[in-house]
Design a protein around this ligand. Sequence first.
Ligand code: AVI
Length: 325
Amino acid sequence: MIAEAVVVGDEAVSRAAVDGLCVRAGRQKSLPPWLFYDERGSQLFEAITDLPEYYLTRAERSIFVEHAAELAETMDGPVTIAELGAGSASKTGVLLRAFAAAQREVLYQPIDISPTALAEAAASIAAEIADVRVAAQVANYITEPYTIERPDGHGVLALYIGSSIGNFSPREAEGILRNLCGQLREGDTLLLGVDLAPGEHKPVADLLAAYDDAAGVTAEFNRNVLVRLNRELGADFAVEGFAHRARWNAACSRMEMHLESLRAQTVTLAGKAVVFAEGETIHTENSHKFTEAGVTALLASAGFAVDRVLRDASRRFAVVLAAVR
Ligand code: AVI
């Protein structure tokens, strides 16, 4: 995913903030994770992907580097590559280069809500990789229909990478994958990047560090959502009155990010008073972590059958190849 500011109307921001924060006393307050990605939030996410603790991006890239050529050579005929989210030239580029080399030309179809992210992805891919034609499509692939173009005689390789699926509830994830499956045919392939659940190869401590790095970049990313609400909605959050918290929720197999109120305080937001008790949190993000059985079941519920699971050397991240059932 290219970390790019997603421009949404003030109304959507206001509705999300009021719905999530103006809840009955004692109810969990929350904000949707898409609110992270204003211009600053997108820069911070980009910085997170380079942090020593945030292994996810490097692990996925290493899987692509190891397997791209073999994947390109073993596909059953030429493919067009469609991607949910705008791929960065650095990660998606590894695959595009290999497929361009194996089949002479590739049609790359990124689908993203952000026209600027698509324009950037298209420009950098066109500049860096010969023999790739880009046909970008602006669509919110979570809620809107989209179409994957299929050149004559081509299969489709659909990418949903970067552990993006982990930021959705199991039900939303199933919906996204089911929609995608509806665009595919027998013989097409889905390549899904998932972060693996902790276990033998990954202590929970690795996850806690990945979501609460020593330099405090993730903390700033999390708190930036309050800066955004102050700027865009005229809210009066005292940003230093909220602390970043990263928690492992074993029952739901997910990392959670929260903002914890360090004192009893009242914030005004869209003309409403929002009361925080000391220690109360705003739940800002879920990042689901998958077992192989879990991702197989999710894919089966959306109409896919797992063909292969590729892991990075440290066995912390997986790229799953699945076929339409
Ligand atoms: C975009 N997404 C896959 C990231 C993740 O790991 O869930 C967002 C993120 N949140 C904290 N650090 C990175």
